[in-house]
Design a protein around this ligand. Structure first.
Ligand SMILES: CC(C)(COP(=O)(O)OP(=O)(O)OC[C@H]1O[C@@H](n2cnc3c(N)ncnc32)[C@H](O)[C@@H]1OP(=O)(O)O)[C@@H](O)C(=O)NCCC(=O)NCCS
Length: 170
């Protein structure tokens, strides 16, 4: 059950505080720091760098405040779809809307690119992320048993279908 607004921790207004942009090679320190603070089995610095610099089908976006980068996402454009591979927000900046802004940008990227489906996998136990995605409109479409090699946890496959305006629409 959702708490009444007055009982929830106070939040800053979501929109104006954040800037989202494509990651640059010099963002790697901040991205690696957030990655290590967010996952028990973090991606290596090299793997993160390759996503920023080496793969034409990969896009890394960061969300920043005046203080610097506080979160990032990595997605691939493959076979007419977007696949979200990684998303994390600095622990000290969570529950303020940063991830929601990144998801909004992900959906916008799909619309702009003419991709009408977005997919992602999320650990079955990751209730925070599953709620984030559900609130953004994603639905559970399957389970990948034992998907995560570090502990054998199942992945929940989630998807979002997007209405992409047809080129002939007024
Ligand atoms: C999951 C994660 C990215 C959410 O980032 P965030 O910036 O805190 O998310 P937002 O503030 O945009 O939250 C949006 C909604 O998601 C849900 N949510 C986010 N964190 C939650 C939590 N800890 N518990 C329950 N719901 C949560 C809520 O519905 C929230 O809306 P509300 O705050 O109005 O209730 C962040 O917790 C994180 O980096 N976790 C570690 C890495 C990770 O699990 N990444 C996802 C891999 S699939």
């Amino acid at each position: 059950m959702k708490l009444p607004r007055a009982e929830q921790p106070s939040k800053e207004p979501k929109a104006p505080k954040w800037n989202v942009r494509a990651a640059l090679p010099e963002d790697i320190d901040a991205i690696e720091r957030i990655e290590r603070a967010s996952f028990k089995s973090p991606w290596s610095r090299r793997a993160l760098s390759e996503e920023i610099s080496c793969r034409s089908w990969s896009q890394v976006s960061v969300v920043e405040t005046a203080q610097g980068v506080v979160g990032y996402m990595i997605f691939w454009r493959v076979a007419g779809e977007l696949h979200l591979l990684n998303l994390a927000v600095s622990p000290s900046c969570r529950r303020q809307g940063a991830a929601s802004i990144l998801i909004e940008q992900l959906i916008e990227a799909a619309v702009q690119g003419g991709q009408n489906q977005v997919f992602l996998e999320v650990r079955k136990s990751n209730t925070a992320a599953k709620r984030l995605y559900t609130e953004a409109g994603f639905v559970e479409i399957g389970v990948r048993p034992g998907y995560y090699s570090d502990n054998g946890e199942d992945a929940v496959l989630m998807g979002l279908r997007i209405e992409v305006p047809s080129p002939s629409a007024p």
